[in-house]
Design a protein around this ligand. Sequence first.
Ligand code: ADP
Length: 449
Amino acid sequence: MPFKVLIANRGEIALRAIRACKELNISTVSVYSEGDKDLKHLKFSDETVCIGPASPLESYLNTPAILSAAELTQVDGIYPGYGFLAEDSNFAEMCEKSGFKFIGPNSETIKNMGDKITAKTLAEESGIQIVPGYKEDIPEDPEEFKKIVKNIGYPIMIKATAGGGGRGMRVVESEDDLISSAEITMQEAKNAFGNEKIYLEKFIPNPRHIEIQVVGDGKGHAIHLGTRDCSMQRRHQKIIEEAPAKNIDQDALDQTYEASIKLCKKLKYEGAGTIEFLYENAEFYFIEMNTRIQVEHPVTEMITGFDIVKAQLRIALGMEITLQQESINFNGHAMECRINAEDPETFQPSPGKITKMHIPGGFGIRYDSHIYGGYTVPPYYDSLLAKIITQANSRNSAIKRMISALDEFFIDGIKTNHSLHQRILHDKTFVDNKHTINYLENEFLKDGN
Ligand code: ADP
């Protein structure tokens, strides 16, 4: 009997998962909302089940509806993708309890890594450098609190321990704002995450965002697939990602690889994960671990030839897989541009009907997308339309290949950030790889680009 997997997601990642399942002879069940009946991957799926109205809360976040569909179609496992329920430990636990394999780490690991203080503690215990700060309970006495922060040194960042998606964070420049900022962050965290606990970190003023892709077999063995640089971001949303990260201190990187693998081994980490760091002055500072596939995984696949989604499926379903660090080779450079349905200047979402489009192609170009001419982009979900990925021998060649791919690409009918990418790819700071996480917002967009 071949395995059967339910894909609890939509858009490009659902299509990506179906492609991987097909190569492994795994049959697929795709769930979809009433707003998504025209999605491309539904045509390629062996079975489809409508799980509810367009609103994500009633469909892709609706655990009972998804588990009923799994029951009905008798699948072996559930593939969560990214977003929606991918990092929801309760969902993973419900899958486990209902007899479906959650394709990812166990619910306890998801829970531990979802709690930022626990994650920092576990990372630190494995020898990963964390951002200096304070993660004990905040003292009642304001003077004592001020003393602690003075020792860390301003500016600091107040963060909600249950935070996520770039929310629940606040920078404090001086003692005058400390108490009020802490109170506001706690209140916001309580409203947004149902947990008011906060912790403190030194604010790293101008870092790069560097991350390490890891894969573990769930039995204590793990490998890494190198680094990615995702510093080109707006409001903590990545726009361009690349692999590998260039101009990184080799000693710091070697140490960080070693500690990252140690963490995965200690967690008996299962499946794909990403350990994210801020990198400044040749130092890596752990910020979080994502216990799922990431949007930008293709750049790593392109330079390693390692299919991360197939690895997730193989590991979860107990299929044969060899994870050997020595057999991972890195070839050239890869870059990904995220094409979003949004106004390139105001960044307002731009759903609607795609009247005409043309997909780029050619040597070293990969295109991951669920859209097509005549497709109507619904207003209910994330604005990601397509990922254009290029691979070449060097970073400069990958940029040139991307410029050529973007010249071939067009979408009519809705607005996209296509022209923003074209402008960034010709920008000297980007081409010279001198940008940090603040560059796009604080310099590039302000300079009238
Ligand atoms: P989330 O889980 O909400 O994405 P993270 O802890 O990953 O939160 O942080 C999101 C972003 O916030 C980081 O990519 C970085 O841009 C910024 N950030 C987080 N912590 C710090 C810090 N200590 N100093 C400077 N910037 C930070």
